[in-house]
Design a protein around this ligand. Structure first.
Ligand code: SAH
Ligand code: SF4
Ligand code: F3S
Length: 442
């Protein structure tokens, strides 16, 4: 690294979309001549790619800025990117005057110009106006962190406006990429040695090919048929737009993984209505029934649940618990309701006390843990294919991931060690609530 080379440090909060955006930002910075460093102290430019989904997530960036603001005196520059940037806009300069750049995700293709402005001494550069106009952020520079599996954004933004959620405000209107550009990116990734692709969007099933060529299910199947690609995943699905042809595609195309993440948010139709989710418990269960009636696959289903949404009664909360029993999820991400700026749910009184929200969250998580403790046992005795993800030298194990997206740790049983990114068949010998243990199959 030459002494004149500009350096940057980036830290990412939030969802896979943000993580992948950061890969694009890193690629762009590198193509602009910057080098990435691992610590704030070593960087000329410090970037935080932020998340605003819950209040705790939002506060993280202000903690970080506070921890490192003294570095500003040494001439280092700070940039706040992502959902808090888009939501708070120029207010961030008031709260943290040492920040030089505030930019939302739709403006990143203008990063090179914004960096020039900062380089020339500008102190309050913004990229906040592109939420509706940005089609797709050019991805030719994307610096993917994992050489074996990578993300492809197929749709940006969200038009659903669920009552509690900031995303439609922070990421703007839905914009889909053409199926052709998605497939081109998939082919380039396959040529570069990637074998697993995850299609990304806040709401992947509302994908609409601007060229009118492919539905979401057809795009999914086409990515699965790209030579060299062995696994395809997609996230996140919205139950309202989740159609049966998606399940049929998974059933028909072997490379599409045995896993669907279908966030439900609540088991009560009354609560779902006040969340503006646009489906009832019964309609949600109908989609689950499709997934359970596949001919060739056992699909693993995971979900998100919010505990303590305004006016959720004890009986309505119990409906979320009974839904967990009824569906038999392999994983549940549960959150306490967090009131968010600009969202319609702010009109409702945040009526559930914090301790009660916490109690419901704990009850829900424990209920689910017990279900998984029993249900993961179904895999004992099965031979499952894993992609090798890493090593746990302390335990003498390798870490693998199954098509169902479960962690399967395994020992070699005297056989040669597979490399990271390779695929191996593993005999499952033990089950835990959140992972499996096995040995390399002969
Ligand atoms: N687009 C996805 C989810 C995006 S946000 C979908 O519609 O399912 C990820 C999860 O965060 C949501 O599924 C929801 O469970 C949770 N979440 C979003 N806003 C929240 C809030 N204000 N309080 C608590 N949890 C929230
Ligand atoms: Fe938020 Fe709803 Fe859009 Fe998901 S679908 S990102 S929860 S508004
Ligand atoms: Fe967070 Fe924005 Fe993702 S609010 S969850 S980083 S879309």
């Amino acid at each position: 690294m030459s002494s004149q080379q500009k350096t940057f440090y980036i830290e990412t909060f939030g969802c896979q979309m943000n993580f992948h955006d950061s890969e694009k930002v890193v690629g762009t910075l590198i193509s602009e001549g910057y080098a990435q460093v691992e610590r704030e102290e070593e960087a000329d430019l410090i970037l935080y790619n932020t998340c605003s989904i819950r209040d705790k997530a939002e506060q993280k960036v202000f903690h970080r800025l506070n921890d490192f603001k003294k570095l500003h005196k040494e001439g280092k520059r700070f940039a706040v990117l992502g959902c808090v940037a888009q939501q708070e806009g120029e207010k961030i300069f008031e709260r943290a005057p040492y920040v030089s750049l505030v930019a939302g995700s739709a403006s990143y293709r203008n990063l090179p110009e914004m960096l020039v402005q900062i380089g020339a001494g500008a102190t309050r550069v913004t990229g906040l106006d592109d939420r509706e106009t940005d089609q797709t952020f050019a991805t030719e520079f994307t610096a993917r962190t994992n050489p074996h599996r990578g993300y492809i954004t197929i749709i940006e933004g969200c038009d659903k406006f669920c009552a509690y959620c900031v995303v439609p405000y922070t990421r703007g209107k839905e914009r889909s990429r053409t199926s052709e550009s998605v497939l081109n990116e998939a082919r380039c990734m396959a040529d570069a040695g990637f074998t697993e692709i995850q299609l990304l969007g806040q709401n992947v099933n509302s994908y609409r090919d601007p060229a009118g060529k492919k539905s979401f299910a057809e795009l999914l199947a086409a990515v699965g048929e790209v030579p060299g690609i062995r696994r395809v995943r997609f996230t996140t699905s919205h139950p309202r737009d989740f159609t049966k042809d998606i399940v049929d595609a998974i059933d028909a195309v072997p490379t599409l993984c045995d896993h669907v993440h279908l966030p439900v948010q609540s088991g009560s139709s009354r609560v779902l209505e006040s969340m503006f989710r646009e489906y009832s418990r019964e309609q949600y269960l109908e989609r689950i029934a499709w997934m359970k009636s596949t001919r060739n696959r056992e699909l693993s289903i995971t979900t998100d649940v919010i505990a303590g949404f305004p006016s959720e009664t004890e009986a309505e909360f119990s409906e979320s618990l009974s839904l967990l029993d009824e569906v038999g999820y392999d994983g549940v991400f549960a959150f306490k309701y967090s009131p968010r700026p600009n969202t319609p749910a702010l009109q409702y009184a945040d009526s559930i006390p914090e301790e009660e929200k916490s109690r419901r969250l704990q009850v829900l998580l424990e209920h689910q843990r017990e279900l998984q403790r029993l249900s993961y046992r179904r895999h004992v005795g099965q031979i499952l294919e894993v992609m090798v993800e890493g090593k746990n030298p302390a335990k003498g194990q390798l870490v693998g991931r199954t098509s169902q997206n479960k962690t399967l740790n395994f020992v070699l049983n005297g056989q040669p060690e597979p490399g990271i990114g390779e695929y191996s068949c593993v005999l499952v010998t033990q089950a835990f609530p959140n992972s499996l243990l096995g040995e390399l199959a002969v």
